[in-house]
Design a protein around this ligand. Structure first.
Ligand code: FAD
Ligand code: NAP
Ligand code: SF4
Length: 645
């Protein structure tokens, strides 16, 4: 299981929670765990309260984790990560005083003594990790952190023995590995995470990657793990639009250059795919991280030929990385129990099983129905559509969101296994619900109306639902009204026929002719002209996910989508949409105006039931449409089920 910082590392009782999290994964079949990054000193922490391993006091806290993992027969390495110029505080340090484009704090350049002390701190952290009971360490040498900053000439302009030639620039990581091996002997695993493709201009060349890998092996590392892309790179590396296994070719290129095992990573989320990657000789080992947030039992299920039961990571980043960037504990959109195991124990059972109706089979209803059945209730799930999924049936149509199919496959299988009585194509009325002990309303939302004079009888005006469900034939010039999550997705959908290739669009040099594996990117060619409009003057898409919003914005710009902010809609006439922008009257003539102006709660049954003396539980969009997303919908289904234990 690859390294994931969960945010528990900094909580007062976080190590007990971490132990619960890791133990569930060991029981689920994970072979080797790598912890989230722990800094070797105060300057290397990523945020002001970041976790460190600098004293026995720190080491003792980790013992709760190592003991619990070993008791279950697991193995665990502690990752040592120094943020360098990515550390988000005013005391950060780096090889040279050059500010990172993604950090407002400029680092101080380490003196030569400072470099030597930092190497000592890495060695000390590894020594303490051994005392804390870890089986070894992973040295974080990728994603653009301190070690990368030493390796690359554009971030290392030093004139001493740690700068200049590549031999000097790689002295820092090589010394760290050599000294740890020397101190801790051969019975301690050292894994090195090597940035094999930096994806930044002037990053490492392929020859340097090979030279470093060989030097790291010689210095005493047992395993080399793959890192792809610095955090400041403007190339997606793990988001859902990255093809599955899209970077395994990089690890494959290094196979044979060293004799220690190589690990490959990035967008590997299902066991069949991992088998193919191994069979193709891309690597010796596979590392998955987020897929173990989504399903702690992934390995067990794979081993027992139950892959159709796996809750697949959809690569959305919404509940894991985005939450970490908001200084919150990570979790998972499709599995809200992740990193919160003790809140919702896996084997909890209801004291008094009841007969329960769940109305609506969108994410909220699916989560509620399966969790209620898992905890022992007898559940009937009503859905007025012909299939389960609610809005996920639209989301899965969006290019780059195909993984949503997996979530629906997972829920379909769980409904079957748990014996939920699924009634499709049934728009249930309040009277039919009176016989149940409890009623859960998960009836979702309906689109908000767009009230602009002239729009009501105009056939050019259509809802996002008609577009995404393929109910309408569209013209060549489209104006999207509203630029929230759905407006962006509709724009992607309208460009779905466009000519594009992931590697060309994002300028990834698969032949590695250029430093950093980066080359000029190509624009997406579309025959459609797409406009997006919003009233707010903020940057378009500012409400999208922290770690993925930039990808959506850049992707649409590359496709030539025209973005209009600060718009005031006036009317719709035969000439087009009349609007005001920057004090000027303008007209936008389009073949279609697709309305994506948000959503409102939809729960007509609640009042009917109330009048009949029955109070229902409202979850997901039915409870509140404001800031609704699938993460909240699924979590509310789980919470509701556990409230009825
Ligand atoms: P819904 O999904 O709306 O489900 C409600 C269900 O109830 C429907 O199936 C409906 O048919 C049924 N129903 C209603 N009335 C009755 C009745 N009387 N009897 C029986 N059945 C009834 N969210 C994210 O977090 N990440 C994303 O990337 C994302 N992308 C999206 C892309 C698109 C194009 C869309 C449209 C949405 C996207 N969302 C995304 C939003 C997410 O899908 C919603 O937040 C989520 O579906 C809300 O879940 P829900 O169960 O509350 O409601
Ligand atoms: P949304 O994100 O709230 O966006 C609504 C858009 O409509 C905004 O751009 C808003 O901008 C505009 N708007 C609001 N009221 C309007 C009005 N009366 N007239 C004209 N314009 C108006 O809602 P959504 O796009 O429908 O998405 C629904 C939910 O699904 C969201 O909560 C979202 O998080 C979730 N979702 C998430 C993703 C994802 O990738 N994470 C993808 C799709 C959906 P102005 O007010 O500035 O015009
Ligand atoms: Fe995967 Fe999304 Fe869950 Fe993160 S939140 S682990 S990306 S499914």
């Amino acid at each position: 299981m690859g390294s994931m910082h969960l945010g528990l590392e900094e909580e007062s009782d976080g190590f007990d929670k971490l132990a619960d999290f890791y133990v569930e994964r060991v029981r689920g079949g994970v072979g080797l765990i790598v912890t989230g990054g722990i800094s070797p000193n105060r300057r290397g922490v990523l945020g002001p309260n970041g976790a460190r391993m600098q004293s026995m006091r720190h080491a003792k806290k980790h013992q709760a984790v190592t003991k619990a993992v070993h008791q279950e027969g697991g193995r665990i390495l502690m990752q040592i990560l120094h943020g360098g110029r990515y550390s988000y505080h005013p005391f950060n340090v780096a090889p040279s005083a050059l500010k990172a484009p993604i950090n407002r704090f400029k680092p101080r350049a380490l003196s030569e003594r400072g470099v030597a002390r930092t190497i000592d701190d890495f060695v000390n952290a590894a020594n303490l990790a051994q005392k804390a009971g870890y089986d070894g360490v992973e040295i974080m040498g990728s994603e653009g952190y301190l070690i990368n900053q030493f390796l690359v000439a554009s971030t290392n302009t030093r004139k001493d023995k740690y700068g200049g030639s590549f031999e000097n620039r790689m002295r820092f990581p090589v010394e760290i590995i050599r000294r740890i091996r020397e101190l801790l002997g051969n019975d301690f695993v050292i894994m090195y995470r090597l940035s094999m493709m930096d994806l930044v201009a002037d990053g490492s060349s392929w020859d340097e990657v090979v030279e470093l890998a060989q030097a790291i092996e010689k210095a005493g590392a047992n395993i080399i793990n793959t890192g792809i892309g610095w955090h400041e790179a403007r190339v997606p590396t793990i988001a859902t639009l990255v093809p599955r296994g899209g970077f395994t070719f990089v690890t494959k290129r290094l196979m044979g250059s060293v004799s220690i095992p190589l690990v490959t990573t990035n967008r590997l989320n299902m066991p069949g795919l991992c088998e193919e990657v191994l069979e193709e000789g891309c690597a010796d080992l596979i590392s998955m991280a987020r897929p173990f947030l989504a399903d702690p039992e992934l390995v067990l299920k794979a081993k027992s030929n139950r892959t159709d039961e796996i809750n697949t990571c959809i690569g959305c980043n919404q509940a894991c990385l985005d939450q970490i960037f908001k200084q919150q504990v990570a979790s998972c959109l499709v599995n809200p129990r992740a990193a919160h195991e003790s809140n919702w124990p896996m084997h909890a059972r209801a004291e008094r099983p009841q007969k329960i109706a769940v109305v609506g089979a969108g994410p909220a209803g699916l989560s509620a129905a399966t969790e209620l059945a898992r905890t022992g209730h007898q559940v009937t799930l009503y859905e007025k559509g012909i299939q389960i999924g609610g809005q996920f049936n639209m989301a899965k149509q969006i290019p780059g969101k195909e993984e949503f199919h997996e979530t629906l496959r997972y829920f379909n299988k769980q409904l079957e296994l748990l014996g939920v009585n699924v009634q499709l194509n049934v728009e249930v009325g309040a009277g039919e619900l009176l016989g149940y002990d409890e009623v859960v309303l998960a009836t979702g939302v309906r689109p908000r109306a767009w009230n602009v004079p002239g729009q009501d009888k105009d056939s050019r005006v259509i809802s996002y639902i008609d577009v995404l469900m393929g109910h309408v034939k569209l013209g060549d010039t489209i104006a999207i009204i509203g630029a929230g999550g759905i407006g962006f997705d509709v724009a992607e959908y309208l460009l779905h026929d466009a000519r594009r290739n992931f590697y060309d669009t994002w300028g990834i040099d698969t032949k590695f002719k250029q430093r950093g594996g980066l080359r000029a990117s190509e624009n997406i060619i579309s025959t459609r002209t797409v406009h997006m409009l919003q009233r707010s003057t903020k940057k378009m898409g500012s409400g999208l996910g922290k770690t993925t919003g930039w990808i959506h914005r850049m992707g649409l710009r590359k496709a030539g989508v025209l973005m209009h902010t600060g718009v005031s809609y006036q009317s719709l006439t035969s000439e087009g949409l009349c609007y005001n922008q920057d004090g000027m009257e303008r007209i936008l003539a389009a073949d279609n105006y697709v309305i994506c102006v948000g959503q409102e709660s939809f729960h007509p049954l609640a009042e009917d039931l109330e009048m009949m003396g029955k109070t229902a539980h409202l979850i997901g969009g039915a409870r509140n449409a404001s800031r609704l997303d699938a993460q909240r919908a699924i979590k509310e289904g789980l919470e509701m089920a556990y409230s009825l234990l």
